[in-house]
Design a protein around this ligand. Structure first.
Ligand SMILES: NC(=O)c1ccc[n+]([C@@H]2O[C@H](COP(=O)([O-])OP(=O)(O)OC[C@H]3O[C@@H](n4cnc5c(N)ncnc54)[C@H](O)[C@@H]3O)[C@@H](O)[C@H]2O)c1
Length: 289
């Protein structure tokens, strides 16, 4: 499958209602593919785009909460009802960021870390489902993950996020051999800080950025890299983790002896994040629990 022959092919993209995964949806659509967007909601930018393509029958949206495995399974059934068969390309792109969600330091989750459920567990479970369906139907397939430069940057204020993304990068490398065994290609991008709604809709994330100085990616840059890592088999082997930082700096991340993320992976005001850590530790000191 190459980038130019996606007519008749199809994709299932979680988190496709916004940002980076929406950009991937747009690239897939423009390459001729059918796409099922699975998300809890559509961002107003996605609504505007769907209007601009006159609600093409090649793009469908279903409400799916990726923390619920039954809903993930139903998403496959929905894909079959809408487009027939199974998706050729699966992208577990839904994600949340740590300052803007219940997180390690504010400890607001009740019985599990939602961050880990969404950013780590759902990509693994959706991959397992996809592999089974590809094998059952004897079809080749592509699974593309969204890791992060956060997988390589220890950060005290985003420890769950970093752990999840490091898990994703490792998982993708673990699956590299599926290419030769079953013609299933598992790859990832690892974007640096990206100016998506995850940033600009969330002041607590945006405050880590100096908007005059920092060079953030645009979702479209990452979407283009996702297309490349999916379809350019000569350049990118299965198991590739492709770092993407602005301006269009693509770099394959090595497992061993890697030099670490590019310069633009770091935002100027990241030390602001430590304020919440210090406050949480102070609260712990005075806690009687
Ligand atoms: N923006 C960045 O700086 C950046 C950098 C590196 C990696 N990433 C990763 O890229 C991916 C996309 O992020 P983005 O920047 O486009 O963010 P975004 O907020 O624009 O999009 C994330 C999407 O995930 C969806 N989502 C969240 N929880 C969900 C749930 N329970 N069920 C279904 N959908 C859910 C949201 O509704 C949203 O549409 C994430 O995995 C994120 O970790 C982002």
């Amino acid at each position: 499958m190459t980038q130019t022959d996606l007519a008749g092919k199809g994709a299932l993209v979680t988190g496709g209602g916004s940002g980076i995964s929406l950009s991937f949806v747009q690239h897939l659509y423009h390459a001729g593919a059918n796409v099922l967007i699975c998300d809890i909601a559509l961002h107003h930018e996605a609504v505007a785009w769907l209007e601009s393509i006159q609600h093409s029958s090649r793009v469908a949206f279903r409400t799916v909460d990726v923390t619920d495995w039954k809903q993930l399974e139903s998403a496959y059934d929905e894909y079959g009802h809408i487009f027939g068969g199974i998706p050729d390309i699966v992208c577990p792109g839904a994600g949340i960021y740590e300052p803007s969600s219940p997180n390690f330091w504010n400890d607001q989750d009740e019985s599990f870390y939602k961050m880990i459920r969404i950013n780590l567990e759902h990509p693994l479970k959706l991959s397992r489902m996809a592999i089974r369906k590809f094998v059952q139907t004897k079809q080749p397939g592509i699974i593309v993950h969204v890791s992060s430069t956060g997988a390589q940057k220890p950060s005290m204020f985003t420890p769950l996020y970093g752990a999840a993304k490091q898990g994703i990068s490792n998982f993708v490398r673990c699956m590299a051999g599926l290419q030769d065994m079953e013609d299933i290609r598992v790859v990832a991008v690892a974007p640096g800080p990206t100016m998506s709604p995850l940033m600009y809709d969330h002041p607590e994330a945006l405050k880590l950025v100096d908007q005059d100085k920092d060079q953030l990616c645009q979702p479209d840059e990452v979407g283009r890299a996702m297309m490349a890592v999916c379809f350019d088999r000569e350049q990118f082997a299965s198991g590739t983790v492709l770092e993407v930082t602005h301006p269009d700096c693509w770099r394959q991340v090595s497992l061993l002896n890697d030099p670490g993320p590019g310069l633009n992976a770091y935002t100027s005001n990241r030390k602001e994040g430590l304020v919440a850590v210090v406050a949480a530790l102070d609260a712990d000191r005075h806690s009687t629990e």
